[in-house]
Design a binder for this molecule. Structure first.
Ligand SMILES: CC(C)=CCC/C(C)=C/CC/C(C)=C/COP(=O)(O)O
Length: 210
């Protein structure tokens, strides 16, 4: 129809802006993927990037939280750890749903050699490591009493984990940027729905009451 023809010939400003952003994103991400292979420009720092990958992976965070929860002997500690566990699970679920809906392929220069992935992890939007790094970092800053250098370290760790996703070629820049935003917002949800022995007694029933 004439209307459709007009739409094709006059793409909206938003359409042009989005397409340009995506083009810049792909170009920049390819340029920054300097650790994507052993033989790449910064291939020698790839092992360090892989170490950062492990530090933001879901398995160590889940196992670590479960371990600390089992060892915790205070109600305050259990409450914080139970909420961290809930946060990590919510994050895995949300990221899996969005990855499954958006189905953006990982950059062509990525080598799919990550350990322990779910089937949706063949998709790249958003970066699960970036969401986790942002929300865990915000969680730590809000619930642990830490000296300033450790607080700075928590923020730096999150930023470096996000950057390493692009350097490794695992993600485009927008996957990581959206991941950070999503992780930041997820923390707000968790804070709003904070679980305690008063509003979720079943979750704390494993331990005898204080
Ligand atoms: C309880 C349960 C379903 C645990 C699964 C934990 C698991 C395998 C998480 C995957 C973590 C991962 C490799 C995410 C991918 O991160 P990207 O930054 O590459 O999106």
């Amino acid at each position: 129809s004439p209307d459709e023809a007009r739409m094709d010939l006059n793409p909206s400003f938003l359409g042009i802006a989005l397409r340009s952003l995506l083009a810049i994103d792909l170009w920049l991400s390819k340029k920054l993927g300097v650790c994507a292979a052993e033989g790449a420009a910064w291939g020698s720092v790839r092992p360090l990037m892989m170490l950062l990958e492990v530090s933001g992976h879901g398995i160590p965070w889940l196992l670590g939280t479960l371990y600390c929860l089992a060892r915790s002997d205070s109600w305050a500690g259990r409450e914080v750890l139970m909420n961290l566990l809930f946060t990590l699970l919510l994050d895995l679920l949300l990221v899996a749903v969005i990855k499954g809906l958006v189905r953006r392929r990982r950059p062509a220069h990525n080598q799919m050699d990550m350990f322990f992935t779910l089937s949706v992890d063949r998709y790249s939007f958003p970066s699960g490591h970036a969401t986790r790094a942002a929300l865990v970092s915000r969680f730590i800053l809000n619930h642990l009493v830490l000296a300033i250098p450790l607080r700075v370290l928590a923020v730096l760790w999150a930023l470096v984990v996000g950057l390493s996703r692009v350097l490794l070629g695992r993600h485009n820049v927008t996957d990581v940027a959206f991941g950070f935003l999503l992780g930041y917002l997820q923390y707000s949800i968790v804070d709003y729905c904070w679980l305690s022995p008063h509003n979720a007694p079943v979750l704390f029933a494993l331990w005898s009451p204080p």
